[in-house]
Design a protein around this ligand. Structure first.
Ligand code: VAH
Length: 331
């Protein structure tokens, strides 16, 4: 049962311990690697409810089994490692959450509240928690969606992310907790596979192209969605977390953009590099989710407050993805 934080626990803090919860997910694997490059590898503790499929993926530093709903276990890890940063990524994504709404709400909400309460109790200096463009809904302006606008998400995932944003702002205002957040678009990378999202097609399509197979897309050809290459997402996350606290003016979650494209456009970009690659379209239940989300994002606030600037567009991302996916797998 989630409880409010008890009296802060006095702590002696070894510099640099970082706890990544949900480290085996698409973002978690890459963010853990980036943090281990930035900090001492042994100081970045990867945690997830099950070990990584590939043991080598997180072999560079400590790994702990953790179900973020197991509050005593989470508290034991926070007390043991005394993190100066917690990155709490564990959640059910949009498509999966629609299939198990009550567990999705429990994991996405109680998991966040467990982290926020322990961060206050153990005086963890910083917390990061990802939100999503899923917080917007079908009556949100779809083009250049503003930072502050109509927000009526109609997915369980979006409802939980919108509620989570409000909790983050409350914990900042009520306890002074330095919790920061980004509304990620669809994330695309070659080092890890997505799981249960509506934007997953944009990763799967590259794998099919490299395998020399045709691809069946679960969204319509003209479905525009905001997307971002993983190196840009990692840069944004670390830039946000290292920005001076007084530059962070948004304590719900920052809009974050880089590019928008449709399945037809990413197909054309891949065909420039992989002639003959063919895509067919078979929209499924994820089409309705995609149709409720913005087509493009206004991230002026992130650019003004802490200097956000993306590096990758569709063509540059496509070249980089295909080069890396074509590299021989080192046994
Ligand atoms: C999803 N990849 O599809 C996530 C993301 C904007 C989409 O939040 O659920």
């Amino acid at each position: 049962m989630t409880t409010s934080p008890s009296e802060p626990t006095t702590t002696s803090r070894t510099p640099g311990n970082v706890l990544v919860i949900g480290a085996c997910g698409q973002l978690g694997l890459e963010l853990t690697a980036a943090l281990r490059q930035r900090y001492a590898p042994e100081a970045v503790v990867a945690a997830d409810v099950r070990p990584p499929k590939d043991p080598a993926a997180l072999a560079g530093g400590p790994f702990e089994l953790l179900d973020v709903l197991d509050q005593p276990r989470l508290e034991a890890l926070v007390a043991q490692y005394q993190p100066v940063q917690i990155y709490h990524l564990a959640a059910l994504l949009s498509a999966t959450a629609e299939k198990d709404p009550m567990f999705a709400w429990k994991l996405n909400m109680d998991g966040l509240l467990n982290v926020l309460n322990l961060a206050v109790q153990y005086r963890v200096p910083q917390v990061y928690w990802p939100s999503s463009i899923a917080v917007f809904g079908p009556d949100t302006p779809r083009e250049h969606t503003p930072q502050t606008t109509i927000m009526n998400p109609n997915t369980v995932y979006g409802i939980s992310k919108l509620a989570g944003e409000q909790w983050c702002e409350w914990y900042h205002r009520h306890y002074g907790l330095d919790v920061r957040s980004l509304r990620y678009p669809g994330l695309i990378g070659y080092k890890s596979l997505p799981g249960g999202g509506t934007t997953d097609y944009a990763v799967d399509i590259y794998h099919k192209a490299v395998a020399g197979e045709d691809f069946e897309c679960f969204l319509k050809a003209d479905t525009y969605l905001p997307m971002m290459y993983m190196p840009d997402a990692l840069k944004a996350t670390l830039d946000l977390m290292h920005a001076p606290a007084d530059s962070i003016k948004v304590r719900t979650s920052y809009n974050l953009g880089a590019m928008s494209f449709s399945p037809a456009e990413i197909t054309t970009a891949i065909q420039q590099e992989t002639p003959g690659f063919q895509v067919s379209y078979a929209p499924d239940q994820r089409q309705a989710i995609a149709d409720s989300w913005p087509a493009s994002i206004d991230d002026t606030a992130a650019r003004q407050d802490w200097g956000w600037a993306p590096e990758f567009d569709l063509e540059k991302m496509t070249r980089d993805m295909l080069v890396h996916l074509r590299e021989p797998v080192v046994a």
